[in-house]
Design a protein around this ligand. Structure first.
Ligand SMILES: Cc1ncc(COP(=O)(O)O)c(C=O)c1O
Length: 441
């Protein structure tokens, strides 16, 4: 008589499938039940290990269960500090604000006010939009093609991806989408570095045009490196131009650092690469040090909303930024990011289906294309989402978790913990290479 053993993974996955919402997304691409996690390594319910280059979609800057985070949580519990305080302050909260303000560029920090929001990035974006609408009295918001700002009604309205919007009626009106610079798949069909220059001159013209159809904006919002849009970095010049144009026109500039903030790109905040000072910065994901937290930090001139303008019950947890500063982690991110991009470009040289490798710091994307089809006017090949999914699946089968995203879901995205070691990087690259070769051969 044969005894059929049911894998624990399978059992949990089947239960999940029966009980959880059809709206769930990640579990469909990563069929595992997580059991344990440490640093970059996740162990599933059957004891299989994975290198985690998703890391909570960029949330786990220090990887899973970093001792600094565990110590802080244990201390809080041991000392019976309040776990729930609404907006009421505490010693730990004040320390946290000190830590955040001292991590921001001085010019911004000295004029900054902070609003603690509900625990998701989307909630903080909602707050930022209400903030600038209240302060300016205007209602139009300028957003960008390929943007992702969340999945609430308001933030979905600001996001580029059409498929989740298609069946939701009555999204927030007065959102105007502008072309984000994208060297590989240029919105103007030009490509390369010119993409940034043309985008900024187009935007300036639109905002100067009395017949553009856009009422005076309440704000402009962008990601300094688009995350879900496909790991697309805006150039330094483009960001400087956006700052110049918005300043000249009195349009508050909101930078969404939910994914790129807290060291991900090799600087504490991705806008710092351009040396600009925004009016509003939105933070979530890594700022919570593994726990849910989001904040909006903004210029005090915008602080014109009334008490209760953005309230909620869960206001998030305290985090630890000290570790990143004390351990020179940003240099490590910059160095590893460069090495990772160089190794991926080496693979790209042998595999024409890898159309583009790009990113900033440890926010890296590989765009998967079909090189057998006709090139576009800007030299790009059509997206190949099927091949991207196959590479992702091969990676998973070989023990590597990587995300797909970007246009048509054809960009493989790497968001590893910032504490990834050189050996782990080599392992990730080796698995990825094998996965790509298996998929194209
Ligand atoms: C740039 C950016 N903004 C906002 C959000 C929304 O954050 P949340 O999923 O916590 O609502 C995300 C999530 O991926 C993001 O990447």
């Amino acid at each position: 008589m044969s005894i059929k053993t049911v894998s624990k993974n399978q059992q949990f996955l089947e239960q999940q499938n029966q009980r959880e919402s059809n709206a769930r997304s990640y579990p469909r691409r990563f069929p595992l039940a997580m059991h344990k996690a440490e640093g970059m390594i996740v162990t599933d319910a059957d004891g299989r290990e994975f290198y985690d280059c998703l890391a909570g979609a960029g949330t786990l800057a220090l990887g899973h269960n970093h001792p600094v985070v565990i110590d802080a949580i244990e201390r809080m519990l041991h000392e019976k500090r309040p776990l729930h305080t609404l907006d009421i302050t505490s010693e730990i909260k004040e320390e946290f604000v000190n830590e955040i303000f001292s991590s921001l560029p001085e010019e911004f920090a000295k004029r900054a006010k902070i609003q603690f929001c509900g625990p998701t990035g989307g909630d903080a974006i909602e707050a930022a939009i209400k903030l600038v609408k209240t302060a300016t009295g205007n209602r139009s918001i300028l957003s960008f093609h390929g943007a992702y700002h969340g999945a609430t009604h308001g933030t979905m309205s600001l996001s580029g991806n059409l498929s989740p919007k298609e069946r939701v009626q009555g999204l927030m009106p007065d959102v105007h989408f502008l072309p984000y610079p994208y060297e590989y798949r240029c919105p103007f069909g030009i490509g390369g570095k010119d993409s940034h220059r043309i985008s900024s001159s187009y935007i300036e013209r639109v905002l100067n045009d009395p017949e553009s159809g856009i009422l005076p904006p309440a704000g402009m919002i962008f990601e300094a490196v688009q995350g879900e849009g496909g790991s697309i970095p805006a150039s330094i010049e483009w960001m400087k131009e956006m700052r110049r144009i918005t300043k000249e026109k009195g349009i508050p500039l909101i930078i969404d650092e939910v994914q790129s903030g807290i060291g991900r790109t090799g600087k504490m905040f991705a806008f710092e690469h351009a040396g600009i000072v925004p009016d509003v910065v939105v933070l979530s994901k890594a700022i919570g040090g593994s726990l849910p937290l989001s904040v909006v930090i903004y210029d005090k001139d915008l602080d014109q909303w009334n008490p209760g303008a953005h309230i909620g019950t869960f206001r998030g947890n305290q985090a630890t930024l000290k570790f990143i500063k004390e351990t020179n982690l940003l240099d490590h991110v910059e160095e590893l990011g460069e090495r990772m991009q160089a190794s991926l470009k080496d693979i790209q040289k042998q595999v024409p289906a890898l159309g583009d490798v790009r990113g900033r710091g440890l926010m890296i994307g590989v765009e998967v294309v079909n090189p057998n089809e006709k090139q576009d006017v800007d030299g790009s090949y059509p997206a190949n989402p099927e091949l991207a999914s196959l590479i992702q699946k091969n990676c998973f089968d070989k023990g590597l978790i990587v995300e797909t995203g970007g246009r048509f879901g054809s960009v493989i995205r790497f968001l590893p913990p910032l504490i990834m070691t050189e050996e782990q990087l080599e392992k990730v690259i080796a698995i990825f290479k094998e996965a790509v070769y298996d998929a194209v051969n």
